[in-house]
Unconditional design. Structure first.
Length: 206
């Protein structure tokens, strides 16, 4: 396969996965409220903890992704990160109740307990997903003249995906199927996303 074709395929894969990752990221934030509710309620404290955890996770992901991709500029970086997020989400349905009950028993249902519960649920997988945008931008940019356009496009597509993930999870998935089934669905989607990014790497090297 010619290099220009491989580059175009890589770009298509990255942009498509920017939408997917954005959708799962915000979808799982909305789903997080369902995991926390039986133990910490659904009040403003719970939502403040969820939102703060998501922002912290994205901050970690942005810094880590930007640092790593300067040393290893390959789709494998985000493929691995997305794959690890998928694996974490796949473990959530079988472990969340035990973890949340332990946090509630040990720390109570005050701010510390709620923040710890939100962090246990969201911090690690969303930090992995947060690496996506800085790595994607670095992989797509070939000249400084196009850097602004590509950065805007990656973040724009990811944000549209986040809007879709928020609304689709809230108004379609949650009323239709249980939280655990949705979590497994998200894990599967991220697994496919990671696979497509690994294949993109192979195509780029062809």
């Amino acid at each position: 396969m010619g290099r220009p074709v491989a580059r175009r395929l890589l770009a298509v894969s990255i942009y498509a996965n920017a939408f997917v990752v954005g959708g799962v990221l915000m979808g799982f934030e909305m789903l997080g409220s369902r995991y926390l509710y039986p133990y910490f309620g659904g009040g403003i404290g719970t939502w403040a903890s969820l939102i703060s955890t998501v922002l912290l996770a994205l901050t970690i992901g942005y810094f880590a992704g930007g640092e790593i991709v300067d040393h290893y500029p390959s789709p494998r970086v985000i493929a691995t990160a997305v794959g690890l997020a998928a694996a974490y989400l796949a473990l959530v349905p079988v472990s969340a109740d035990r973890v949340m009950a332990g946090i509630l028993e040990g720390m109570g249902d005050g701010p510390g307990g709620i923040l710890t519960g939100a962090a246990a649920l969201l911090l690690l997988p969303l930090s992995f997903l947060g690496t996506f945008s800085p790595v994607a931008i670095r992989l797509l940019i070939r000249t400084t003249e196009e850097s602004g356009r590509i950065a805007g496009f990656v973040y724009g597509i990811s944000t549209v995906g986040s809007v879709f993930g928020t609304l689709f999870t809230t108004f379609t998935l949650i009323p239709a199927i249980g939280s655990r089934s949705i979590t497994y669905l998200f894990a599967g989607v991220l697994g496919l996303s990671a696979l497509s990014l690994f294949l993109s790497r192979a195509e780029e090297q062809a």
